[in-house]
Design a protein around this ligand. Sequence first.
Ligand SMILES: C[S@@+](CC[C@H](N)C(=O)[O-])C[C@H]1O[C@@H](n2cnc3c(N)ncnc32)[C@H](O)[C@@H]1O
Length: 302
Amino acid sequence: MNLRKASSSWLEVSVVTSPEAAEAAAAQLVELVPGWAEERVDGGVRLVAWLPCDPVSRRCVETLRRRIRQLAAWGLGPGVGQVRVRTVPGQPWETAWRRHFRPFRVGRFLVRPPWARHRRDAGAVVLVLNPGMAFGTGLHESTRLCLRVLPELVRRGARVFDVGTGSGILAIAAAKLGARVVAVDCDRLACEIARANARANRVSDRVAVRCGDLFGPVRGRADVVLMNITAEVLLRAVPLVGRYLRPGGAWVVSGMVAGNAGSVLEAAGAHGLRVERRLRDGEWRAAVLRAAGGRSRAAPAG
Ligand SMILES: C[S@@+](CC[C@H](N)C(=O)[O-])C[C@H]1O[C@@H](n2cnc3c(N)ncnc32)[C@H](O)[C@@H]1O
């Protein structure tokens, strides 16, 4: 991660699962380590990722172990498998990461890892994010959907809440468009990472990162609330979000899939939020919802 010193060795984290449990296990892995590989092994699937060998990664691994145990308790049974960790020499893995993660455009944003050079790209807003850290490098469809709509919604001087900030990518993107952001995550490690990323992107003065559940740590109302989480958490947020949005404010919801987006949008409609735009990328769904009332007075982002 960009906040960590270059590693001379890496942690190879792997989970061997049954084919039925692979998707659920991969969903847990991708929240903590967005870049991972999948390979077929005898009768199952092996998911493998590499993390820098340091205390932050070790805490990631403990979280992953806890989550995988939870999956087993939820009925996916022994097929979910065990998290195995071993230390491997740094150079081959490091170069593998570096080869794999190249700068890429998402709408107006250019996402690049800290080590990559990139050609000047007039008009691109650059986000420096390291793929070896918490969820939110922009590689995931649910993050990309949010990044695509941000420039239309976030105006200079706007107030933004990013609930479930992960690596802080959406909060940093909003801050680079001129917003003042409160970024929330219930995971302390994610908060640490988001703060470090805000510093690396020189927007710490505009991004306040707070640890807590949903809107617990925020005060007042925002022009835009961003939430790339899961349908279950979005449903919990539906009855609350109106208290945190200014009249005419936008709520961006992402992290839903085709099978559960309808229930979130229906519940939001019942709480007076109008669906302004639906977005999709593969099986992933997102939407922009609008609170009743006037539009934000902030000027458009330049
Ligand atoms: C899918 S990641 C999104 C990260 C980033 N915002 C992005 O768009 O790539 C969801 C994040 O929400 C956090 N989260 C889940 N439930 C939460 C809750 N109830 N309150 C606050 N954060 C939560 C998780 O810890 C995780 O970092």
